[in-house]
Design a protein around this ligand. Structure first.
Ligand SMILES: [Zn+2]
Length: 237
């Protein structure tokens, strides 16, 4: 199991770590600030900094085969030869890219609060965020943009807490998403709360206050299928 520092503090840009294993697929560390692709959110990029100051670019981060395993995918697989189990590194993410993920990810929670229908698809990248809602009614672009702008301007604090699987089972209404089920098996679930706005299980990275999202526009609304409405968000800047 990799210690997942990003779960407790999404603002961490880097950490010291040791290589646990390295192979053609990538590098496993004992602890990391790199978020592995999941829950619709893209995996982090960045670099591993060696003791001599040399850097090894990380192109992506994925979940490994074993539960709790995080694989840092090297941009150049040949760099694996520069690492060995026990090697000390500094793991440093691409902060600008992650920051975009955090702003978009938090914005998708606001969108969930504005559109009270189940989510059946989600993709969060540095360039856009899209959510697919299981619904048949049309959506109004201007109304959604105004709603997002209001929730950003209201500067709601964003926080997380952990509850047990048993507590979650006792509150099935917490599960808003049809495609992204809360992670099970570790005995606990991470709840993400935007005070007074949204509460749902989520393991992703978010900003600490909705004001940090900034200006968001609805780039498009599509009727993806008879029962799916797709909303694509972008930053105004
Ligand atoms: Zn989230």
């Amino acid at each position: 199991m990799t210690e997942e520092l990003f779960r407790e503090d999404a603002a961490l840009a880097e950490c010291g770590a040791r290589v646990v294993a390295v192979d053609g697929h990538g590098v496993r560390l004992d602890r990391t600030v790199f978020y592995p692709q999941g829950g619709g959110q893209a995996g982090d990029r960045g670099e591993l900094v060696l003791a001599d100051g040399g850097t090894i670019p990380v192109a992506d981060t994925r979940k490994g085969e074993a539960p709790g395993e995080i694989v840092h995918v090297l941009a150049d697989p040949a760099d694996a030869a520069r690492l060995a189990p026990g090697t000390a590194v500094r793991a440093r993410i691409d902060v600008a890219r992650r920051r975009a993920h955090m702003r978009f990810h938090t914005a998708t929670h606001l969108l969930c609060a504005l559109v009270p229908h189940p989510v059946d698809g989600c993709s969060i990248t540095a360039d856009y965020a899209r959510l697919d809602f299981h619904m048949t009614d049309p959506l109004d672009k201007a109304a959604l943009e105004a709603g997002l702008a209001r929730l950003v301007a209201e500067a709601h604090p964003v926080s997380h807490r952990w509850i047990s699987d048993a507590e979650l089972d006792a509150n099935p209404g917490l599960v808003r998403s049809m495609s992204v089920q809360p992670p099970r098996g570790t005995g606990r679930v991470r709840l993400l709360e935007i005070a007074g706005v949204d509460l749902q299980p989520c393991g992703g990275t978010h900003v600490a206050n909705t004001a940090e999202i900034g200006a968001v526009v609805v780039r498009k609304i599509e009727k993806k299928s008879a029962r799916t409405r797709r909303v694509v968000l972008a930053f105004r800047d």
